[in-house]
Design a protein around this ligand. Structure first.
Ligand code: UDP
Length: 241
């Protein structure tokens, strides 16, 4: 199958280095301490953050840092008939762990000892790159909750199909069997905090594809900063400041 046509366009009309349309909305869950919806093209996820709050299971309490918990689920309607189990399967458990570790790397947990932060992320519509979209949504939700962070962690994937590096794979591209590199990036600190790869990739290409994913993360960070700034302006406006 051809993933980039002779005009240099992908199946959804994007250029190889082009990201899908981003859209974010802060404060989607009124009862949560922080929440956000994040869309990357047709992939749409929601994140809700609760905390810092009292640790529910005291045996897990730490006197040095906050306990961070994360649950990734897929809504029953998120993938049509392709979806297997909404939660509790190996994939969801692995993605929950990956997101938790990524968010832990940016939360200043030592400032909130003996407390717990719960991050719930749910996929509303899946079209590839759901773990990245969830990390981006979780970052916004944590910022909305006022959780102190050392940086705004963002995530994006890049792949390699028909000898062409492609930014931000959709489901069709993701399921083509080529390599898929997902990166979590701390833009201010210039540090990679998550790196996952499916399938095989020639060694000399790995860095190229990873760099492309990093560029994607940087673009998302710029967008997220704009969204947060706009949100702050609106809050100030409503408070009459
Ligand atoms: N997918 C699906 N059903 C499932 C799991 C995944 O349809 O039970 C699709 C969904 O579109 C997802 C894509 O496969 O985004 C790629 O899944 P992967 O495990 O690579 O994680 P992701 O790219 O979403 O982080």
């Amino acid at each position: 199958m051809e993933f980039v046509n002779p005009e240099g366009l992908r199946l959804d009309g994007r250029r190889p280095m082009e990201m899908r349309q981003l859209r974010a909305e802060i404060g989607a869950v009124a009862r949560a301490d922080g929440s956000a919806v994040f869309e990357m093209g047709n992939t749409k996820v929601i994140a809700a953050v609760y905390g810092p709050r009292e640790v529910q299971n005291k045996s897990q309490q730490s006197n040095d840092q906050a306990l961070v918990r994360c649950e990734y689920t897929m809504a029953n309607f998120s993938t049509g008939d392709r979806k297997r189990k909404p939660k509790g399967d190996r994939r969801s458990t692995e993605i929950s762990l990956v997101i938790r570790q990524t968010m832990e790397a940016c939360i200043l947990t030592h400032l909130m000892p003996r407390s717990q932060i719960d991050i719930y992320v749910q996929v509303l519509q899946a079209d590839g790159g759901t773990r990245s979209a969830c990390i981006n949504a979780a970052t916004l939700a944590l910022a909305d909750a006022g959780i102190p962070m050392r940086d705004l962690v963002t995530s994006c994937s890049a792949g390699y199909l028909n000898s062409t590096p492609l930014l931000d794979l959709n489901y069709l591209e993701d399921s083509a069997g080529g390599a898929d590199v997902t990166v979590g990036f701390l833009p201010k600190l210039d540090r990679v905090t998550l790196l996952q790869m499916d399938a095989k990739l020639p060694v000399d290409i790995v860095e190229n594809v990873m760099q492309l994913a990093i560029e994607g993360c940087k673009a998302i960070a710029t967008y997220i900063r704009e969204v947060l700034l706009e949100n702050t302006k609106q809050l100030e406006y409503r408070r009459g400041l």
